[in-house]
Design a protein around this ligand. Structure first.
Ligand SMILES: Cc1ncc(COP(=O)(O)O)c(C=O)c1O
Length: 422
């Protein structure tokens, strides 16, 4: 995103042109930014640990065009469900290029996960006997809860530690691998995902040490030659203008050093190191272009826009901050203004007070920053406010990569029993 005079452009296209062509609200992604985000992480980690591979967690933004960009860069897919495995296959990724990390799986999930032939990553020891009823995967890993997790955006996305629903308790990890080995499974990896959006580079080596102390003991006692260790996602981006970003180079250097040290300590042959970033790839490469439709002067001034919590759930769901620009008015005098969507819910009043241009008015365009991750994927249709369009920008050109929903999408798959039609 950049300013052209007073106006805002994404990937060299003015947001006013995007709004005119595709309407509002619209998610806009910058292809070059996604590619450069991927390359930054890849280069930083490969420099210190060459046997390094990344899996894009498609839950964060599942548009096949975006997944294809990351596939072209060399990423595999981290899938949270059978349908996400199908999405990976749809873009041409399969087998060991896909990790299936679902949780609290149904028997049907387990069966389909096995049949899919991708790497199966079990969230609990209890899934193992259920899985073995249907067969054995070629390669298996367990998601370990190493006892500690963290997040810059609150406990909602702290995915490890005593309050998390994810992963196997450290005390049960040895037993899990023992049972899997006894069942005849021959190839193993290990996994964790302890938290999302972390900008402290020291955090990554710290949790790597915790995981490796658990896995190193398993490797030694059970004589398991781990083929990979997957440290999950979590690479953070700054959401507030005054926030510092992650020192990626430092995170990569310290994490690799810890990884190598622990491999040596436990006499492990060096496994492949994997990461599953999502937010870092697409978070700051996506924006929402919306429009102000009404201004209310009540107990306070509220600007009503077509960007609601159904368009971007994070602020209402997690209390997350997203920076907002008003096109053409950035240098104007500021006042405290609230910003809401059009839903019949007060939680849709998702910015209670923000310093915005005092002259904000009907018809103005707003641009919501850092909306690329956990944005469209969490959008929904409440109140008949349907899901927005998605547009990709490259070399100053825009491409529609998902049509805006229409009324037919709202009633799709419904049926009315005949007697109710009378
Ligand atoms: C299993 C798993 N891997 C990777 C990610 C991606 O995390 P992030 O967006 O923090 O990189 C997530 C996100 O929740 C996840 O659940």
């Amino acid at each position: 995103m950049k300013f052209v005079g007073e106006n805002i452009a994404i990937g060299n296209v003015l947001v006013s042109e995007i709004a005119e062509k595709y309407g509002t609200p619209t998610y806009v992604y910058d292809e070059e930014k996604i590619r450069s985000n991927f390359r930054k992480v890849n280069a930083a980690f490969k420099k210190y640990y060459p046997d390094f591979k990344m899996f894009y967690a498609v839950k964060s933004c599942n548009n096949p065009a975006i997944v294809n960009i990351l596939r072209q860069e060399g990423a595999g897919v981290d899938a949270a469900s059978v349908n996400e495995i199908r999405l990976a296959k749809y873009v041409g990724l399969d087998g060991e290029d896909v990790m299936f990390s679902g949780n609290f799986l149904s028997d049907d999930d387990i069966k389909q996960g096995l049949e899919s032939g991708v790497i199966f990553n079990l969230d609990d020891i209890s899934i193992l006997p259920r899985m073995l009823k249907y067969g054995k995967p070629e390669i298996l890993s367990f998601r370990v809860n190493p006892g500690y997790g963290k997040s810059n955006v609150g406990e909602y996305v702290t995915n490890a530690g005593p309050n998390a629903k994810f992963g196997i308790h450290p005390d049960k990890v040895m037993e899990a691998y023992r049972l899997a080995k006894e069942a005849g499974i021959k190839r193993f990896g290990a996994h964790m995902m302890t938290g999302s959006c972390i900008t402290d580079p020291e955090y990554f080596p710290f949790v790597t040490g915790l995981l490796m102390d658990i896995i190193g003991k398993v490797s030694k006692e059970l004589q398991i030659d781990f083929e990979f260790i997957d440290l999950g996602g979590g690479l953070g981006i700054p959401y507030r203008p005054d926030e510092e970003g992650l020192d990626l180079e430092k995170a990569a250097e310290l994490t690799s050093a810890m990884f190598v040290k622990k491999c040596e300590e436990y006499g492990m042959r060096r496994p492949q190191l994997k990461l599953e970033p999502a937010r870092y790839f697409v978070g700051n490469a996506g924006w929402i272009v919306g429009r102000v439709h009404a201004i209310k002067e009540s107990y306070k001034k509220i600007a009503g826009t077509d960007v609601g919590m159904n368009t971007l759930a994070r602020p209402a769901m997690y209390g997350s901050y997203h920076h907002i620009y008003v096109d053409g008015k950035e240098n104007e005098k500021r006042a405290n203004i609230g910003l809401c969507g059009q839903l019949c819910e007060n939680t849709d009043f998702w910015v209670k007070e923000r310093e915005l241009p005092e002259s904000i008015a009907e018809g103005d365009l707003i641009v919501v920053e850092n909306a690329g991750a956990y944005g469209f994927g969490m959008s929904y249709q409440y109140n008949g406010r349907l899901r927005p369009a998605e547009v990709l920008v490259k070399n100053g050109e825009t491409m529609l990569i998902r049509k805006r929903e229409e009324f037919e999408d709202m009633i799709r798959h419904t049926s009315v029993p005949e007697y109710l039609e009378k």
